[in-house]
Design a protein around this ligand. Structure first.
Ligand code: TXA
Ligand code: MG
Length: 342
């Protein structure tokens, strides 16, 4: 069975829970914990047996490498052959925070962490629970998002339970995460740094430090193989098929009416602005179109909310692609089975 710690505000109880969770990590077990982006499924990054348990619990393909989490910038040196000056600058400005850096691996991490690649993904999370668990564990932790492969990432401990109860040693419940979408993955091994996955740190945030920043062209093109192995897999899928609807209110309402006319039970995920104008009774609001940070925070929860037993299809609005909107649209495009445009 899976141990569950609901963190209390009582410092002694809190420390006790973290110590117990770290104890399981020392025994090559996997434990889920909150970060500022989504819940992660952690294991000792230097231990191949422990890391293997992550892949098994998630049903994750072995060729998809994991992000290594550190409690301190100084831990990076122990994992890489070199830290390029640009990476150093980004760590100083964005860590702790939702920015993962791809660096040349020195082979210290277990080989299954990097899926045999010569590079390694590293980040320092901006969450007190994650940092205290990393410190108590005393070693870097490999941690993918704590969902079954293909499902939306967990932004609350209950999402982790839904997917992984009975399959992992423990869950540290530190409440809902904040950012709601995963970290930005930035490849620092090339001449010009490249965003492999848009995330919590936006292109606009990075621009002052990397004027020439580029985005992996494969992200906008279904035919090209992405540089980040994980980006090629089906992801974030809700229980019912999701359609992205790109158009104005009238177009959205028409799509909705057509589906209802064929007796399909339709769930809608929309901004508060669109939700207020739609004529429908199953509408989930994920925040204002004017506040993409709010939308990002609610996105995965909304994708998990509609159950197969309630709806046959989910219609979801599109969002502007500036700021964290780039990450929102990246995830929605992957979650969707099709996109209908006006
Ligand atoms: O916010 C996050 O990043 C969360 C929390 C738990 O920290 N973690 C997360 O991990 O999203 P995961 O495993 O779900 O996504 C890791 C992504 C995958 O797309 C993977 O392919 C990519 O990072 N990745 C890992 N190592 C890589 C490498 N060496 N080169 C290129 N991409 C890499
Ligand atoms: Mg994931």
């Amino acid at each position: 069975t899976t141990q569950y710690w609901k963190l209390s505000t009582n410092a002694t109880e809190h420390d006790q829970a973290i110590r117990e969770a770290a104890g399981l990590l020392h025994q090559q077990q996997v434990v889920a914990f909150p970060t500022e982006t989504v819940y992660g499924l952690g294991a000792d990054a230097t231990n191949e047996v422990a890391v293997q348990r992550i892949f098994e619990a998630k049903g994750r393909p072995a060729d998809n490498p994991l992000i290594v989490h550190v409690a301190d910038k100084s831990q990076v040196e122990g994992l890489v052959t070199e830290t390029p000056p640009i990476a150093r600058k980004l760590m100083d400005n964005f860590w702790p925070g939702p920015l993962t850096l791809i660096l040349p691996s020195n082979g210290t991490a277990a080989s299954n962490v990097t899926a045999g690649l010569p590079t390694i993904a590293i980040r320092m999370p901006d969450h007190t629970v994650a940092l205290s668990l990393l410190t108590a564990a005393g070693r870097p932790l490999a941690a993918p998002s704590a969902n079954r492969s293909g499902r939306p990432s967990p932004t609350e401990a209950v999402h982790v339970s839904q997917d992984l109860d009975g399959r992992i040693a423990g869950i540290v419940d530190g409440g809902p995460t904040g950012v709601g979408v995963e970290s930005t993955v930035l490849d620092c091994t090339a001449e010009i740094p490249m965003i492999l996955r848009p995330g919590g740190v936006t292109k606009e945030d990075l621009q002052p430090f990397i004027p020439t920043i580029i985005i992996d062209p494969a992200l906008a093109d279904q035919e090209t193989k992405p540089k980040s192995p994980g980006m090629k897999y089906t992801h974030y899928a809700p229980e019912a098929p999701l359609w992205l609807v790109d158009g104005d209110r009238e177009f959205f309402q028409n799509q909705l009416n057509q589906l209802k006319a064929t007796d399909q039970r339709v769930g809608v995920i929309a901004s508060s602005e669109l939700a207020a104008e739609l004529d429908h009774n199953r509408v989930l609001t994920c925040g204002s179109k004017q506040d993409l940070t709010e939308v990002a925070g609610n996105l995965y929860g909304a994708l998990r909310q509609f159950k197969k037993s309630d709806v046959d299809v989910i219609l979801c609005e599109t969002f502007p692609e500036h700021g964290v909107g780039a990450a929102i649209m990246n995830r929605l495009t992957k979650a969707a089975v099709q996109k209908v445009s006006q």
